[in-house]
Design a binder for this molecule. Structure first.
Ligand SMILES: Cc1ncc(COP(=O)(O)O)c(C=O)c1O
Length: 404
């Protein structure tokens, strides 16, 4: 059995009430998750006890900082079942996607090539490729959604590959619809057609271990802050054979072996892609959040979140005139209440100490498909409870009263 009270106790912010007499009900986890004490302490400890830059110093703090930075990389690589030389630290999923479009895209895509991009992608997965394609004369083709739950149309996807299809860009879990894509299947289809696949794992990292070898994607980007880690941390995974042929994204310190006025020799990956002083504290905190994730008993935790999500979906459907979009499979529920603006819904909930997100969720092309200017979005995490869902639904049921 998953012990939710124990799990909540790791998160100091969930303790105190947000306003007198009311508890904080934080259900905006797709935007960012709360941080456990261990992660917060690891960041404070770095600044308090051994703050130093990484890689060059000979003194004790510098050695400790470099060791902590590199052991975060090792821990993360082991968690994702890949080699540590395949983990490039980034400032987040957006940074990783821009890195790929600039480095891989500019070298390996050419005029006339095609990139398949999912219709439900976050702007951070769509815009870097759209811009690259328009710069080089390549084309972005959108993989459509199908059915009432707006799931990826895998049959159509299979039919989209042609001689010039070089790349697929797809989310693992959707931040609006909560749909879970079968990456192993999508990778297989891409590879059978000679294409590479880039996965946006921003929304999936908090949902349990991901075996990148098994799902066999070529690239994977994610953000630490979406899975109990600090903002400013993230990674770009790439298969080493691909990384080693890619040019740097940024240039500067730490990523070169030798520079003269005539020549430059770049380091091998991952250092080649990590120019300048990184956010060392964030990387150390990211490593700590992965330790936290790896200590969760995932079979019971997954069951808990699945039950809570099913419960939330049923309860939401009790609310009069509520339109729900997507499957909500991953505990993410986007909805509208007829004739009430989604920002009004979020404001009413906020008055009761309930934190949700409303708007287009950085997925405006998807909003156009849904025929909505925005949605209200509840995104659950392992520290949420059925009592919180009940409280939230009770308030939702009163929304109409405000507009009498
Ligand atoms: C599915 C998805 N992809 C990518 C991103 C971008 O992540 P970040 O802003 O941390 O770079 C987000 C953030 O909301 C997201 O939900």
């Amino acid at each position: 059995m998953f012990d939710v009270d124990r799990f909540r106790s790791y998160f100091p912010i969930l303790g105190p009430p947000v306003r007198s007499g009311e508890r904080l009900v934080y259900v905006d986890n797709a935007a960012t998750t709360q941080k456990p004490t261990g992660v917060i302490d690891s960041i404070c400890d770095f600044y308090r006890s051994y703050n130093s830059n990484v890689n060059y110093g000979m003194y004790d703090f510098a050695v400790r900082a470099t060791e902590a930075y590199e052991s975060a990389r090792l821990r993360i690589a082991q968690y994702l079942n890949v080699s540590q030389r395949e983990i490039v630290f980034t400032y987040g999923a957006t940074d990783g996607m821009n890195m790929l479009a600039t480095s891989y895209g500019k070298k390996f895509l050419a005029a006339g090539d095609e990139v398949l991009v999912g219709a439900a992608e976050h702007h951070s997965s769509y815009l870097p490729w759209k811009n690259l394609c328009s710069d080089i004369g390549a084309t972005v083709k959108i993989i459509p959604l199908r059915g009432e739950r707006y799931e990826l149309d895998t049959d159509f996807y299979r039919s989209m590959f042609g001689k010039r299809t070089k790349l697929v860009v797809i989310q693992h879990i959707g931040n609006v619809l909560g749909n879970v894509n079968d990456i192993k299947l999508l990778s297989k289809m891409a590879h059978e057609n000679g294409a590479r696949i880039v996965v946006d794992g921003a929304a999936s990292l908090a949902h349990g271990p991901i075996d990148l070898r098994d799902i066999d994607c070529d690239f994977f980007v994610t953000s630490g802050h979406k899975a109990f880690g600090p903002s400013g941390s993230g990674l770009m995974f790439g298969k080493y054979d691909l990384l080693k042929d890619m040019p740097p994204f940024r240039t500067g310190g730490r990523m070169v072996n030798e520079v003269s006025f005539e020549n430059v020799a770049y380091k091998l990956p991952p250092e080649r892609f990590e120019a300048g002083t990184p956010d060392i504290a964030a990387v150390i905190g990211f490593g700590e959040s992965i330790k936290f994730l790896s200590e969760i008993k995932w079979s019971s935790a997954k069951q808990y979140l699945a039950n809570l999500s099913r419960y939330c979906r049923c309860r939401l459907l009790e609310v009069e005139d509520l339109v729900l979009y997507g499957s909500g499979e991953a505990g993410i529920f986007s909805f509208n209440i007829l004739n009430i603006h989604c920002h009004d819904v979020a404001t009413i909930l906020a008055k009761h100490g309930i934190a949700i997100r409303a708007g287009h969720h950085c997925a405006q092309p998807l909003m156009n498909l849904l025929g909505a200017i925005g949605t209200a979005r509840i995104s659950l995490c392992l520290y949420n409870t059925t009592e919180e869902v009940d409280f939230l639904v009770d308030i939702l049921k009163t929304c109409k009263d405000y507009f009498g």
